[in-house]
Design a protein around this ligand. Structure first.
Ligand SMILES: [Zn+2]
Ligand SMILES: [Zn+2]
Length: 363
């Protein structure tokens, strides 16, 4: 079938909406008519990671249109959220830890199906698609049944549902699954973007106190306060480590680093108390050196967690976040700005400039 996708012809060019052809679904795959797709920082960085021409997008939400012969649980007409891909058969997947699937890199970032075949073609030539086994900057996609989570979220529009499956999942999942934060424990969050603000909201649900948000944008810090942060600090004009030590002399127990800045990671080490834990949520560039001060880290007997998608089993955790939202405890909708599909380049620019926190395209 033919559909429209946002094609990237070279990493520095704008995306262009073009007619592409979709392969036929395999027996374990489905075709989804995409209604909305979130844009994540990773979609910006992945422009340089996949061979071009490529189609990115890894937070699709839409309606199942076609199912392969072996698909068991989904039927045409069902609304689904498409999250990260996992193989289903490696030791990690069998332990119900698909977020650290042994084939994760290949299956999410190679731009093909696991067998090397392609899901989209431009003028009969293969496209690097199948990004996260979806490439949802498109009106129709092929995905595996495994990645698609059925939602009854009739009370929420697709433009909000598509905000959930990556950054929001990562921030909230880090609090609940990776760190398992308990009531009354202190938390500092570096970076008040999608991941950091979702961590603040989940921290409040977990009962963390105090919750300190750190960013360089006043408007984001104000938002963090309205979402549950008890304190906010602007790193542009504050020595964060000094200030935190003054406010909490023995230190903070948990730190979540979502700003992807090595300096914030080092500040996190200075801020945590003995036995404290640091979670790093941002994927570093493959060649990046992340320098840190091991002395303070050792003397504090601190732990560090590299977090993959919030250590979350998406099929359990996305419905959990929707229940929190229905109960009024997880207002993630306040992070979201929607854009029509044809404004995808403006949406990407607004993410890069920091104007928008969570952009979602509506198809
Ligand atoms: Zn696996
Ligand atoms: Zn993402």
């Amino acid at each position: 079938m033919q559909t429209t996708a946002a094609v990237l012809h070279s990493p520095d060019e704008q995306l262009s909406l073009e007619t592409v052809s979709l392969d036929d679904p395999r027996n374990d795959e489905i075709v989804v008519r995409i209604e909305a797709c979130g844009i994540c920082q990773l979609d910006i960085e992945a422009r340089k990671m996949l061979p071009t021409p490529s189609v990115l997008g890894h937070e699709g939400t839409g309606i199942v249109e076609q199912v392969g012969a072996d698909v068991k649980d989904l039927v045409p007409g069902q609304r689904v959220i498409i999250s990260y891909a996992w193989c289903g058969h490696c030791p990690r997947c069998r332990e119900n830890k698909p977020y650290i699937c042994d084939e994760s890199w290949l299956i999410n970032f190679s731009g093909t199906r696991p067998d090397g075949s392609t899901t989209m073609f431009l003028n009969d030539k293969p496209l690097s698609a199948a990004f996260f086994q979806q490439s949802s900057f498109a009106q129709h996609v092929i995905t595996s049944e495994r990645n698609a989570i059925a939602v009854d979220g009739d009370d929420l529009p697709p433009g909000l549902l598509a905000a959930l499956p990556c950054g929001v999942l990562t921030g909230a999942g880090t609090v609940v699954n990776t760190l398992n934060i308990r009531s009354g424990k202190s938390l500092i969050v570096f970076g008040a973007g999608t991941v950091g603000l979702s961590a603040v909201m989940a921290g409040q649900i977990a009962g963390a106190n105090p919750i300190i948000a750190v960013d360089i944008h006043e408007n984001r810090l104000k938002l963090a306060e309205s979402l549950g942060a008890t304190h906010s600090l602007n790193a542009r004009n504050t020595d964060i480590a000094k200030k935190v030590k003054k406010m909490f002399p023995t230190g903070v127990h948990y730190a979540i680093e979502s700003s992807a800045q090595a300096s914030s990671f080092n500040t996190a080490i200075e801020c945590i108390e003995n036995g404290g834990q640091i979670a790093i949520t941002a994927l570093p560039h493959p060649m990046e050196n992340f320098a840190f001060k091991p002395f303070a880290f050792f003397t504090k007997a601190a732990s560090i967690h590299a977090v993959s998608v919030g250590s979350a089993v998406a099929s359990d955790f996305i419905p959990q976040m929707l229940r929190w939202h229905r109960d009024g405890r997880f207002p993630f909708d306040r992070l979201v700005t929607t854009y029509p599909f044809e404004d995808i380049n403006r949406a990407c620019a607004d993410i890069i400039s920091g104007k928008t926190i969570k952009a979602v395209l509506t198809m």
